[in-house]
Design a protein around this ligand. Structure first.
Ligand SMILES: [Zn+2]
Length: 260
């Protein structure tokens, strides 16, 4: 795992790329990564990600206390802390406002259909978390409802958040959902996405399992919500996720429905 100076370089690189790709404007967005000594490095508040240097990175403990004098983290840090608490496998979090993905989030639309093979295989469905007032506990609470099952979450009327085992991985997921949202947007101008058939999706799941890819968010989100219902006959794929028994899947879905 990278040392602090290397991690700072990576974090700056990700911030610069987010800005270069138009995924953040002005002082938007925030990025964090866990350090080897069990703390985290994150972007300071009120800074454009395009001009960040090492002095715009602050080290914090996992209770959200700064370990350096005179530097203040982003007001969205509680969302990052909640994600690290919820997901011990996660070592980096990227939050941005990429325009196409945020457009979907502002329109109240999740990216939860099986459309592109690479998305089905890498991210599965991308859920939409409920709206939360920025910099309040509402945002981490809304994200916590989904992050256990998803590596990428849209935030209603706000933006998107992605996680990974490294900064690069979390960044690529952000780049991936923005690209996907853009493609879905264009497809809708042309009459709408053709949703993959259950057989097509099943084959992708088999490939994904063969390559031992992540199966954190298996199955079709819309299908899950219908608890094994007919799912309109178009997107319904697996009631159970990879490696899951029917009972485990039922318990997972009922818990999700109870959480509202
Ligand atoms: Zn934001």
């Amino acid at each position: 795992m990278p040392s602090d100076p290397d991690l700072i370089d990576e974090l700056l690189d990700v911030c610069h790329r987010l800005h270069r790709l138009g995924m953040v404007a002005a002082n938007d967005g925030n990025v964090s990564a866990l350090t080897n000594d069990g703390n985290l490095l994150t972007s300071v508040t009120n800074i454009s990600k395009g001009v960040m240097t090492a002095r715009h990175v602050v080290k914090m403990d996992l209770q959200g206390r700064p370990l350096e004098d005179g530097k203040k983290p982003s007001s969205e840090l509680p969302m990052h802390l909640a994600i690290y608490r919820d997901r011990p496998d996660v070592r980096a979090v990227v939050h941005a406002h990429p325009p196409y993905a945020t457009g979907f989030a502002a329109a109240g639309l999740a990216l939860d259909k099986c459309v592109l093979p690479e998305i089905v295989m890498t991210l599965g469905s991308i859920p939409l978390a409920e709206y939360g007032t920025p910099s309040t506990e509402e945002v981490p609470e809304a994200v916590s409802r989904w992050i256990g099952q998803a590596d990428a979450v849209l935030l209603s009327n706000h933006g998107a958040v992605t996680v990974g085992a490294s900064l690069e991985e979390a960044f690529y997921k952000m780049e991936r959902i923005e690209h996907y949202a853009k493609i879905c947007y264009f497809a809708r101008q042309l009459g709408g996405e053709r949703v993959l058939t259950p057989t097509e999706v099943q084959k992708l799941y088999e490939l994904r399992d063969a390559y031992a890819m992540s199966n954190r968010n298996p199955g079709c989100w819309s299908c899950d919500q219908l608890i094994g219902g007919s799912c309109l006959g178009e997107t319904c794929v697996n009631f159970t996720g990879a490696g899951e028994t029917f009972e485990q899947a039922a318990r997972r879905i009922i818990q999700r429905v109870l959480r509202g």
